[in-house]
Structure formats: structure tokens, C-alpha cells
Design a protein around this ligand. Structure first.
Ligand SMILES: Cc1cc2nc3c(=O)[nH]c(=O)nc-3n(C[C@H](O)[C@H](O)[C@H](O)COP(=O)(O)O)c2cc1C
Length: 348
């Protein structure tokens, strides 16, 4: 039995948010043992100029302030995304704002971008180890009157400190944020961001866009078209959903973003559609409801070059990362592929 399975009853006896804060502290203070370094040469790939040792990443929101980067990189992930960070520190919504839906293998959160702000984030990024790929996920303050300005401030602050930058416009917990996915708003935002990047340094840091699964075909077409127009380096698909289908937990009615198993189908459909709409030209990161190597492999065959996980870690612990990598490796071999890149999008 894994160490996490042994201590999980203790973690689950705490409120979800206290359990989470404890996990961050344990990681930060070196109390979580590292995983053996994974060695799966067939899982290595190069995307937007970065060399990924394996495709399994930590999704944003776990380490919002970038406090435990070193320990997280030691858990077997191919990359770790920290944030979402906003220019100014903010408290987020009233507690309780995080719910475990154990019967559904799901989580609902309505944190609302609680974070310590850009200064603390930048300091933590400056102290990060240089080996290992780190993404910085950036957002806007709730009370900001100029959304574009907030993203530009964050872009300038984190530029050069992370290996890639994610523009998060898809959290359901910041009022109006998802409106930035609309055609005109997205065009203005990406236009401003890409123009700013050109002025920042000779080294082009990849810029990725994280999108919502709660979009219709027309909206997805717009997102694909505008992303291609601005040469976005990658898309992360997807954030949490506000949909609530077939849940049995008593917390099913809580407001916020739903993640974990019930998100798998919708986020994978969105991924497939974006792969098709971008003609496989833009690297995609598949996120949403992955709890096994088979799930991760389905995302890869649906167009994902990389995947990310969050909710399943709450139920399974970090041992899941290596288990997923091992299983993807087996499935690639079974299907006769010698490298992960050969399997990307084969089902679309
Ligand atoms: C508690 C919690 C907090 C999250 N916070 C953020 C965040 O700050 N920024 C972000 O881009 N996504 C955030 N997410 C979304 C995840 O990064 C991911 O897109 C989503 O949970 C789907 O993956 P999963 O089903 O593996 O959890 C959060 C998810 C959870 C469960």
C-alpha cells in the first residue's frame, strides 16, 4: 500500500482546504519523499522548444503561489504549472470553497484566485530549481477594471522566470473572466500579449492559453481561429466545468468549477474538437478527469501532446504520476508506437 493511502483517512478527516494547505506545507518543508526518477525514453518529446522527459504535468491551482516547486518536480512530473497568480494578492471567496465529491471521484472549487500576489510569486520563481520544466499561470484581479492591463503586468513580472506562461481566461470563479474567450475580447487580449512579448526579450518564452470546456462549437471555432492568428504556442484544454451531470455526492449542488472524473468526457470532446479545428498544428495539453494511464492515453490519442492532472492526486496521491507514465508506455508499445508523438491525435 502506498504511503498516501495510509495517511489519506487522516487527510480526509480535515476540511479539504486544510488538507490541501497541509500538503503544500509538507511538500515545502521536505516531508514528502521524492519519487524515483522516471526513465521512459519513449515518452520524451520536444514541444514549443522545451524538452519534456514525460508527458504528465501538474495542473494549475495546486501550488497557486509557487511555494513547493522543487518538491513537486521531484514527484515524477514531466512539468509543473504554478499559479494562477494575479498582480495583487487577493483572499478569494468565502470559505468553505473546496469540496470533495468522493462518490463521484470529483472536486468542486470556488476559490476565486486566492493568491499572495505577483511579488511573492516572482520571488518563488526566482528560487526555483533550473532543472525541470515550470509553467507560470497568470490571471486578473477580481476588482481590476482593465483585464488586459492585468495580464500584461503579470507577463512582464514572470517573463524569463518560467519555461512557459499560461494565460488563464477560463476559471468560472472570477466574474466575467470567461468573457475574455469571446472573439473580439480574445483577439484584443492575445494581440496585446503577443505584441508585449516581442518587446520583452530576444528569447521567446512560449505562451499558452487555457480554455473552458463550457463552450459551443461556434465559440470553439472562434478560439481556434484567433489562437492560430496570434500564433499561440499551445492550448490547455480544459479548465473546470460549471455543468453538473450525473453526480451523486451531497456536494453536487455547490457553486463553482467541477473537476475530476465527471469532467473527462466533456474536456476530451473539447480537446478533440480543438485538435481538429487547429489541424494538429498547435500543441495541446489535455486536462480534465484523468485518473489512470488509460485516461491519459485517450487524451493523447484525442490530440494531446501532454497531459495534466489535479483532482485524481487528491484521491490517489503522487504515486499516480509514475503509474500513469508506466501505463502510457505499455499502451504505446502495445499499439506499436516507438514514441509518444506518433500516438498524438490518431483517434481524431
Ligand atoms: C482546487 C482546484 C483549484 C484550481 N485552481 C486553478 C487555478 O488557479 N488556475 C487554473 O488555471 N486552473 C485551476 N484549476 C483547474 C485545474 O488546473 C484543471 O484544469 C482541472 O481541475 C481539471 O483537471 P482534473 O480533472 O485533473 O482536476 C483548479 C482545480 C482545482 C480542483
Amino acid at each position: 500500500m502506498s504511503l498516501y493511502k495510509l495517511i489519506r483517512p487522516l487527510v480526509f478527516s480535515l476540511t479539504p482546504e486544510t488538507g490541501h494547505n497541509l500538503a503544500i506545507s509538507a511538500l515545502k518543508y521536505g516531508l514528502v519523499p521524492p519519487s524515483p526518477k522516471p526513465d521512459f525514453p519513449e515518452l520524451a518529446s520536444e514541444l514549443f522548444g522545451l524538452k519534456f522527459e514525460n508527458p504528465v504535468g501538474l495542473a494549475a491551482g495546486f501550488d497557486k503561489n509557487g511555494e513547493a516547486i522543487k518538491a513537486l518536480l521531484n514527484q515524477g512530473f514531466g512539468f509543473v504549472e504554478v499559479g494562477t497568480c494575479t498582480p495583487l494578492a487577493q483572499k478569494g471567496n468565502e470559505k468553505p470553497r473546496l469540496f470533495r465529491l468522493a462518490e463521484d471521484g470529483a472536486i468542486i472549487n470556488r476559490f476565486g484566485f486566492n493568491n499572495k500576489g505577483a511579488e511573492a510569486f516572482v520571488q518563488n520563481l526566482k528560487e526555483r530549481p533550473q532543472n525541470g520544466i515550470v509553467g507560470a499561470n497568470i490571471g486578473k484581479n477580481k476588482t481590476s477594471t482593465d483585464s488586459i492591463e492585468d495580464y500584461i503586468i503579470m507577463l512582464e513580472k514572470v517573463y524569463g522566470l518560467s519555461d512557459y506562461i499560461t494565460i488563464n481566461i477560463s476559471s468560472p470563479n472570477t466574474p466575467g473572466l470567461r468573457n475574455l474567450q469571446g472573439r473580439e475580447a480574445l483577439d484584443s487580449l492575445l494581440g496585446a500579449i503577443m505584441a508585449k512579448r516581442n518587446t520583452l526579450s530576444d528569447k521567446k518564452i512560449p505562451i499558452l492559453l487555457k480554455i473552458s470546456p463550457d463552450t459551443n462549437t461556434h465559440e470553439r471555432e472562434d478560439i481556434a481561429e484567433i489562437s492560430l492568428k496570434h500564433n499561440i504556442d499551445g492550448l490547455i484544454i480544459s479548465n473546470t466545468t460549471i455543468g453538473r451531470d450525473f453526480l451523486s455526492s451531497r456536494y453536487a449542488g455547490e457553486t463553482g468549477g467541477l473537476s475530476g472524473k465527471p469532467l473527462f468526457k466533456l474536456s476530451t470532446e473539447t480537446l478533440r474538437e480543438l485538435y481538429r479545428l487547429t489541424n494538429g498544428k498547435v500543441p495541446l495539453i489535455g486536462v480534465g478527469g484523468i485518473s489512470s494511464g488509460d485516461d491519459a492515453y485517450t487524451k493523447i490519442k484525442s490530440g494531446a501532446s501532454l497531459v495534466q492532472i489535479y483532482s485524481a492526486l487528491i484521491y490517489e496521491g503522487f504515486g499516480l504520476v509514475t503509474a500513469i507514465n508506466k501505463r502510457i508506455s505499455e499502451l504505446l508499445c502495445k499499439d506499436g508506437f516507438s514514441n509518444i508523438s506518433e500516438a498524438v491525435g490518431v483517434d481524431v
